[in-house]
Design a protein around this ligand. Structure first.
Ligand SMILES: [Zn+2]
Length: 117
């Protein structure tokens, strides 16, 4: 008789419906990177753009700062009210924070497992 298999557990972000918040973080970081091109990659491009290089630089810094603030403040655990994403940035190996954040099935602060509620 085959043993019943449990469905694969979703990640905490998927199970709580907050995965879109990580995607918005990626979009903001992508915008910051794209805005770096006219500043550093092709200095001549900044000359033909209708805004000053300083304005592009300020917009780029705003996108980056906004992305980091969004990362720290948007993905909140309902149970412990802690910042889910910021925990991974500030704890453990900094080189793998995104992998650990994306794969985690439970809140690292309180152990909340939304798929098991
Ligand atoms: Zn929690």
């Amino acid at each position: 008789m085959p043993t019943p298999t449990r469905p694969a557990r979703r990640s905490w972000l998927e199970a709580t419906g907050q995965l879109w918040k990580l995607h918005l973080f990626f979009a903001l970081m992508g915008a910051a990177v794209v805005l770096t091109v006219p500043i550093l990659g092709f200095p001549g491009l900044a000359v033909v753009l209708p805004v000053s290089p300083a304005a592009i630089c300020l917009l780029q810094m705003a996108c980056f700062a906004g992305a980091m603030l969004w990362l720290a403040g948007s993905m909140i655990c309902e149970r412990c009210q802690g910042s889910f994403a910021w925990y991974f940035v500030t704890h453990g190996d900094l080189g793998s924070w995104l992998v650990r954040l994306r794969a985690a099935a439970e809140c690292p602060r309180c152990g909340d497992e939304p798929d098991l509620r």
